[in-house]
Design a protein around this ligand. Structure first.
Ligand code: 2NE
Length: 281
């Protein structure tokens, strides 16, 4: 499967592609010969690309995908599993895929998984933690961890259960069955299913719809939806730090979209009203 748009390379990597098109960044695992299984290097590269996405104000929406059209990602590369875990070329046994998952959850921009072919094991968890999933008709989903003596007890279990319910999540993990795109749609695992040749058009169309909206409203909503899912203590951290920072920034640097200036002003007025009540009380 070749991409149709004229994507411009943001940075060259060994195991991923990192491209840009009209405000959209595309992070694509580039190991089609292994169904895009990830090694420690792949994860390091994806984390680096995500850091760039966070800081670059030209990047508004992020797409996670895989090269080749036959796999989104088949999880951890089993051929580099050693005694201490997954071992990279630097011989350090670690994978750090949880760091990447946390980054996807916390980045204040929408992350869309565009899934063609296999989304399996740790590759399945990657799409689960993305904000939205667009599946091509050839997509196949499932967990395989228990078959290879592995599991994801973090987002891979708890957030999956939030998405599809406890019974279904247990079925997915305990039976290690595979589900096609329609089954995934029926259980609420993905947002939509499209023909493979329409996958890129669809994720660009969805990204454009998001780009038209207030970035402040979108980032606040992403953060709020996360809090609905997190424990109270963790949630307070999320609520306080990024929101205060955003408001500070908005005060200093006027929001670029004129339409939303008023929304920000109203929001700040409400905050100062609450503050004045607290002072009076
Ligand atoms: C994905 C699946 C079901 C596809 O099957 P099929 O028959 O369409 O393809 P095939 O022939 O199995 O795969 C094509 C090539 O890709 C390699 C295969 O070994 C094969 O290579 P060659 O024989 O042609 O040289 N390949 C595929 N997946 C790979 C992988 N994960 N690591 C290394 N090489 C891989 C089928 O390929 C499959 O079941 N793959 C294994 C899925 C798996 O077990 N993933 C790891 C789960 S654990 C995990 O990801 C994890 C975790 O549990 C916790 C934390 C972090 C990660």
């Amino acid at each position: 499967m070749n991409w149709k748009q004229n994507w411009e390379t943001i940075r060259e990597y060994d195991e991923i592609k990192f491209d840009f098109f009209e405000g959209i960044a595309k992070i694509s695992i580039n190991r089609p010969e292994k169904h895009n299984a990830f090694t420690p290097r792949t994860v390091i590269e994806m984390i680096d690309a995500m850091n760039i996405c966070r800081d670059d104000t030209n990047i508004e929406v992020i797409i996670f995908t895989g090269e080749g059209g036959k796999a989104f990602c088949s999880g951890g590369d089993q051929s580099v599993r050693g005694h201490g875990g997954y071992v990279g070329k630097d011989e350090v046994p670690r994978l750090n895929v949880l760091d990447l998952q946390k980054q996807i959850r916390s980045i204040p921009k929408v992350v869309i998984a565009a899934v063609a072919g296999w989304s399996i094991g740790g590759g399945h968890v990657l799409h689960v933690v993305c904000d939205l999933t667009i599946a091509a008709e050839n997509a196949m989903f499932g967990q395989t961890g228990p078959k290879v003596g592995s599991f994801d007890g973090g987002f891979g279990a708890s957030y999956l259960a939030r998405s599809v319910g406890q019974k279904k999540a247990r079925e997915i993990w305990f039976l290690c069955d595979q589900y096609n795109a329609q089954q995934a749609l029926d259980m609420g695992l993905v947002n939509t299913v499209v023909p493979l040749e329409e996958l890129e058009d669809t994720f660009i169309e969805w990204a454009k719809k998001i780009q038209e909206k207030s970035p402040l409203a979108i980032r606040m909503l992403k953060s709020s939806l996360m809090q609905n899912w997190m424990g109270k203590r963790e949630s307070r951290n999320w609520q306080g730090i990024p929101h205060c920072f955003i408001i500070y920034r908005m005060k200093r640097k006027k929001e670029e979209m004129p339409l939303w200036k008023n929304v920000n002003r109203i929001f700040l007025n409400i905050l100062s009203f609450h503050k004045s009540l607290a002072t009076k009380g």
